[in-house]
Design a binder for this molecule. Structure first.
Ligand code: GSH
Length: 216
């Protein structure tokens, strides 16, 4: 199987996690961010992740891929339940996390941004949604203050060192870890201790490395 991704894409991280955690092999292919033709040719949309199955057919939508691979692995299904407190945390964090994360993604040497035209494509597209990258970078301290307060709330929901619910893999991990992983690109991020242990453990278990060493 082949998995078409961007390294920075949190939806792609969901799918990379399930392969790593369930121990199934996959060939990861990082597309250039300005390559529209390849994904459109595969699923009719300029969107990743895309899984090419062994029969050659394509599957989009990260959660469909997660469930498909989880079934295929045959190691027991992940729990679908997301606690309301965790969902509420995700809903709030998702209102501002992109302002911290997206401006940094083009600064840390990711393969999907190897060319200037790929960088320009991303900056143009994302600034149309969230506003000036330069202005968001300048407001890092302000955003981090909010984030650090919110992370204290998330830490209260950490029930185990390997899985958020303390029992086993669930959709909570599939939603929360990709967001925490992208936040490790932010220089100045201070994860509360239980969240740091969780994030480090999940990175190791899933084989999806953090950005800590490249943080800007
Ligand atoms: N609902 C989709 C969303 C996937 C998605 O939005 N992917 C983003 C990357 S994070 C994308 O490909 N956007 C097009 C672009 O960046 O040009 C899923 O869960 O797979």
């Amino acid at each position: 199987m082949k998995l078409y991704i961007y390294d920075h894409c949190p939806f792609c991280v969901r799918t990379r996690m399930i392969f790593g955690l369930r121990g199934l092999a996959v060939e990861e292919v990082v597309l250039a961010n300005d390559d529209e033709a390849t994904p459109i040719g595969m699923i009719g949309a300029k969107q990743v992740p895309i899984l090419q199955k062994n029969d050659g057919s394509y599957m989009g939508e990260s959660l469909d891929i997660v469930r498909y691979i989880d079934d295929l692995a045959g190691k027991g299904r992940l729990k679908e339940e997301i606690r309301p407190e965790v969902q509420a945390w995700l809903d709030k964090a998702n209102t501002y996390v992109s302002k911290l994360v997206q401006p940094r993604m083009v600064l840390i040497g990711l393969p999907e941004f190897a060319t200037q035209s790929a960088v320009n494509y991303f900056v143009h597209k994302k600034e149309a949604n969230i506003g000036s990258f330069a202005e968001h970078l300048a407001k890092t301290d302000e955003y981090l203050q909010t984030l650090h307060t919110d992370l204290v709330g998330l830490e209260k929901q950490v029930a185990g060192e390997r899985y958020l619910n303390g029992e086993g893999l669930s959709m909570e991990d599939i939603h929360v870890f990709p967001l925490l992983r992208n936040l490790t690109a932010v220089c100045g991020l201070a994860l509360p201790s239980k969240l740091k242990v969780y994030t480090d453990n999940m990175a190791a278990a899933s084989g999806v490395p953090l950005y800590t060493d490249k943080a800007v």
